[in-house]
Design a protein around this ligand. Structure first.
Ligand code: SF4
Length: 319
């Protein structure tokens, strides 16, 4: 038994609306009786992919794996325009799940290219959203970490945009750096507001607790950023992919109140599972006995109807 008596889940966590919409579109298509595929994993979460598979929704890596006349869902990250054209040209039933925010990014970048700006994009070079954006601006220079920035050439007219989930501080720092790189600089802030709100709520929770548990893919940039922000406000944080990673109660040794948050691809239900697991492995005797109801209460407190990001019928009924 341990010392954890309470677990708090950060507000406005769970899937971002872009991911949720793409998943819902795939589910609606399958429910309408269509053979449905998603082009690439609609979300990097094995549990969710397994659930979709159970509903007959298959993940494919290329359009060649999709038979004519069947449905293919474009995920929230979007794709290059030629991919969309090819899908339509092959007679596939294309369901475009590209997030509205990403569509806006694609429009902005297209306009800036037409206006003659050299594009710099802050992002992870092989991230699907960046790959899709490069379809609209093939000559764009993609930079990520600060050590890459010196490679940005000097040009007369330059424009800076960002992959939606990049940290705002990095975008601002790069914008300042680029002032010295060109005569005219256009900055279009395409950091997604959902990312910013999630970071704010995570920091708020981190300030109130002894330890933070951050749930998300190991390579997910927005998840790593949440972990970093917790440390910046002085709260120790551990990053995990799922509740199964929580086997060592020793990490909670000095913690009485623990916070839980998650990246944009982590379902809010996973955060409840993590909360329950923490209480079971490291809770006080009382907390361990009531782990399930305490975790449910933590979820209900976080996922108010206005802030809810996934369908949670039990909370709707309770509310
Ligand atoms: S993080 Fe923002 S831009 Fe990216 S898919 Fe989610 S809602 Fe859309």
């Amino acid at each position: 038994m341990g010392n954890v008596r309470e677990v708090r889940i950060a507000r406005r966590t769970g899937f971002c609306y872009g991911v949720r919409e793409a998943i819902d579109k795939a589910k609606e298509s399958a429910a309408a009786g269509k053979r449905t595929h998603t082009l690439g994993q609609v979300v990097h979460n094995e549990g969710v992919i397994a659930q979709l598979q159970a509903q007959g929704i298959e993940t494919v890596d290329t359009l060649d794996q999709v038979d004519e006349g069947t449905a293919v869902v474009i995920r929230a990250h979007g794709v290059r325009p030629d991919v969309l054209e090819r899908a339509e040209g092959r007679g596939l039933d294309v369901i475009d799940g590209t997030c509205t925010w990403v569509i806006q990014e694609q429009r902005e970048i297209t306009r800036l290219v037409e206006e003659g700006y050299s594009i710099v994009l802050l992002g992870t070079p092989r991230h699907p959203e960046v790959v899709g954006l490069l379809g609209f601006a093939p000559d764009a220079i993609v930079v990520d970490e600060e050590e890459d920035w010196e490679a940005i050439p000097r040009r007369k007219k330059m424009a800076l945009l960002s992959q939606s989930t990049q940290p705002p501080w990095k975008f601002e720092k790069l914008a300042a750096f680029m002032v010295g790189r060109c005569h005219e600089l256009k900055i279009v802030n395409t950091v997604c507001p959902v990312t910013i709100r999630r970071q704010e709520d995570t920091v708020e929770t981190a300030r109130e607790v002894d330890l933070m548990v951050v749930v998300g893919g190991r390579s997910s940039a927005n998840t790593k950023e949440l972990t970093r922000l917790c440390s910046i406000v002085g709260t120790r944080a551990i990053q995990i992919e799922s509740e199964e990673d929580l086997t060592d109660a020793a990490v909670f040794a000095d913690a009485c109140v623990v916070g839980v948050t998650g990246g944009t691809s982590t379902p809010i239900e996973d955060l409840r599972c993590v909360a329950e697991r923490i209480l079971r492995v490291a809770g006080t005797v009382d907390a361990a006995v009531h782990a399930e109801e305490l975790a449910m209460a933590a979820l209900a407190a976080a996922a108010t109807p206005a802030g809810r990001t996934t369908s949670l019928p039990e909370i709707v009924t309770a509310g």
